[in-house]
Write a protein that binds this ligand. Structure first.
Ligand code: PLP
Length: 270
């Protein structure tokens, strides 16, 4: 079985972070492993606090996995400090990890900052150039490119710009640096834009009107990691990951008093 690793935050409510990630890996037929960067206090209504793990604790979680497993893909989510970003970047370089999916998590939908001041810029220069795929949402893409990203046109321009920014750094010649900007916050459709250095592709889906959207970004990026691990090319992985997320949104368990979680156990043809 293919092992896929999530390096991300812990959301005790199970909707986002490593719990969402490993449920997604399992639903898509992979074996999930996880290293925790921050223990958060949250539920479906708000994030209350985040207790970032010291660098040595993150390193101590990763090293035994690296010496034991062949990692077929890695997904990074909440990396709240410069130190955690540096450890992840060094791990990717030292162990030549492939199928690296970076979800540049900056702020929760409820408005809680999930990364320290200054660390987001470091993430952009140190980790994004090591990614085979990055999956910012529109707000994250705007932050990372300093561009306006408010519609499909803006998403396409930002995807190209982000790709060029990463290619210019060239920390790892084999990194593909494809950019998938997710458009769940577009007004009337849920269109995602993929730019891989040669072609821009738009993946459209009807917008699902639901309050149960907590962890949608975590879930999509994890689905991408699992599908890339299985050998899908990037466009095929986007199509299948999107189908999975749509099915998980449609069958959401409808729990909690705020933005509820998705149904990660859904089969993508349900
Ligand atoms: N908690 C953790 C640990 C996360 O990684 C994320 C997003 O990536 C969130 C919370 C926020 O999720 P959402 O914005 O979907 O509420």
């Amino acid at each position: 079985m293919l092992v896929v690793l999530s390096i991300a935050g812990f959301d005790p409510s199970g909707g986002a972070g490593v719990l969402a990630d490993i449920k997604t890996f399992a639903a898509l037929g992979c074996f999930g492993a996880a290293a925790i960067t921050s223990l958060t206090s949250q539920n479906t209504t708000a994030v209350y606090a985040a207790y970032h793990q010291p660098p040595e604790v993150l390193r101590a979680q990763l090293e035994p996995l690296m010496s034991d497993f062949d990692i077929a893909a890695v997904k990074t989510g909440m990396l709240p400090t410069r130190a955690s970003i540096e450890i992840v970047a060094t791990t990717i370089e030292r162990h030549q990890l492939t199928n690296v999916v970076v979800d540049p998590v900056i702020r929760s939908t409820s408005g809680y900052d999930l990364i320290d001041d200054g660390a987001a810029a470091f993430l952009a220069e140190r980790l994004l150039p090591l990614a085979d795929l990055m999956t910012p949402n529109m707000a994250e893409a705007a932050w990372l490119t300093r561009m306006k990203v408010e519609d499909l046109d803006g998403m396409q321009q930002a995807a190209r710009q982000l790709y060029e920014q990463c290619q210019a750094v060239r920390l790892k010649p084999t990194a593909r640096c494809a950019v998938l900007i997710t458009g769940g916050h577009l007004a009337d459709e849920a269109a995602d834009v993929l730019y891989d250095g040669s072609e821009t592709r738009i993946f459209r889906a009807p917008k699902i009107l639901t309050r149960n959207t907590h962890g949608t970004g975590c879930t999509l990026s994890s689905a991408m990691a699992a599908l890339l691990a299985q050998g899908c090319d990037t466009p095929e992985a986007v199509r299948r990951a999107k189908d999975y997320v749509v099915a998980a949104l449609r069958t959401a368990p409808n729990i909690g008093h705020g933005a509820g979680p998705l149904n990660h156990s859904v089969m993508s043809d349900e």
